[in-house]
Write a protein of this length. Structure first.
Length: 400
């Protein structure tokens, strides 16, 4: 029953693993008011369930990466999915807001295994353009999650209470654990028995951070993700509060930008297997991201920020993420095959750190009446991503 690495089912399984975080986040968003009422909790306390999930997701990657270099990808993946399943079930039964917050942190930690080990598995099994194509198709599957998750959460709430959402996530985690057990082979050819020794662990992370190619591409990916996450964090404020759109219309608009990432990922995968270089695809993606984000700033400052002026630029910007992400990630983990777990963990942690910074900047700068904060922070991250590529990643790669 083992899935072949070049099969559609294999790609869907890896995509489903990376979809756990957006599903876990977006499915629960419609239930926040009901969670607060049910557990007699403030809106701020309910919001901590999201913050702690993200914290668990980010930090656990630094642990699961080295664990997978020591014990293999499959065993650690099953452990992560089991942890996610247990924590989701505990969230469904949480008697208080403090218990829910605690279990959401653990749930985020379990979800972190899927993200970091998917990158490591792709590095184990694929090289060059095939790796970039595989990451593109995994990214395509993953981006279905934010399109459908809010709708799934709302439908569950229509027939049951908020606890059923976490029960559904628990079932999903169990199905994934079973699928990995039955269908996934071990991709790691040689285990590093010293991977968890403190000195070795510190030395491995230092190798990644001191390698200009790995660090450069990891920064390109992280800053690009920060640009996209700025849109994710800022779009409800702009679309609902500034433009006064309904939540239904906002949901459709959000889905259209997620679809933009999917198109970018699909195009990147097709062009990669046809021999288009990563540097060309990255250059085009970064140019689109920078140009579209600067255009958003100009539109916002000029007072012309309307749905008809913002949406084409936002779709174009998120489309560019489908070109940037797979190529930057592959560039970061390619040079270190013997410690791919550590490399993947570094990429994932830096990405989430950038997302956290983006959401903090939006919260601090949002003025309540314009799109200037969202567009300016998007431009800041897009320019930083371009600078990391032009100033660090590309010159380092050219010396090889």
């Amino acid at each position: 029953m083992r899935l072949r690495p070049n099969s559609l089912a294999f790609t869907i399984l890896l995509g489903a693993l990376t979809a756990l975080p957006p599903l876990s986040i977006d499915m629960g968003l419609p239930a926040f008011p009901k969670i607060g009422a049910s557990l007699s909790a403030s809106a701020a306390s309910v919001g901590l369930t999201l913050s702690l999930f993200m914290a668990g997701f980010a930090t656990a990657q630094l642990i699961f990466g080295p664990l997978s270099d020591r014990y293999g990808r499959k065993r650690v993946l099953i452990m992560g999915c089991g942890l996610f399943t247990l924590a989701s079930a505990a969230c469904a039964a949480a008697p208080s807001i403090n218990a829910l917050i605690t279990w959401r942190f653990i749930e985020g930690a379990g979800a972190g295994a899927g993200m970091v080990l998917t990158l490591a598995i792709v590095r184990d099994l694929f090289e060059g353009s095939l790796a970039r194509a595989q990451l593109s198709y995994v990214n395509l599957v993953m981006n279905v999650a934010p399109m459908i998750a809010p709708t799934i959460g709302a439908r569950i709430l229509a027939i049951a209470n908020w606890r059923a959402i976490y029960g559904t996530l628990a079932v999903g985690g169990f199905v994934l654990a079973l699928s990995i057990t039955l269908g996934l082979g071990e991709s790691l050819a040689r285990r590093d028995v010293d991977a968890l020794k403190p000195r070795r662990l510190i030395r491995n992370y230092a190798r990644i951070l001191s390698n200009k190619i790995c660090l450069g591409y990891a920064l390109v990916n992280a800053m690009s993700f920060g640009c996209m996450f700025t849109y994710i964090a800022g779009s409800p404020l702009v679309m609902l509060n500034v433009l006064g759109l309904s939540t239904t219309i906002y949901g459709w608009l959000f889905a259209s930008t997620a679809f933009g990432i999917m198109i970018g990922s699909f195009l990147n995968g097709r062009l990669s297997v046809r021999g288009v270089s990563a540097s060309r695809l990255l250059s085009v993606g970064l140019a689109i991201a920078t140009t579209s984000s600067i255009a958003l700033v100009l539109v916002s400052i000029s007072g012309a920020a309307q749905l008809i002026t913002l949406m084409p630029l936002l779709i174009l910007n998120t489309f560019s993420r489908g070109l940037i992400g797979p190529n930057a990630i592959q560039g970061a983990i390619q040079p270190m095959p013997e410690i791919a777990g550590v490399a993947s963990a570094t990429v994932g942690f830096m990405q989430m750190l950038s997302g956290a910074l983006a959401s903090a900047l939006i919260a601090f700068l949002y003025d309540g009446r314009s799109a200037i904060a969202m567009s300016s922070v998007m431009a800041l991250f897009a320019i930083a991503s371009l600078a990391a590529y032009a100033g660090l990643a590309r010159p380092a790669a050219a010396k090889l």
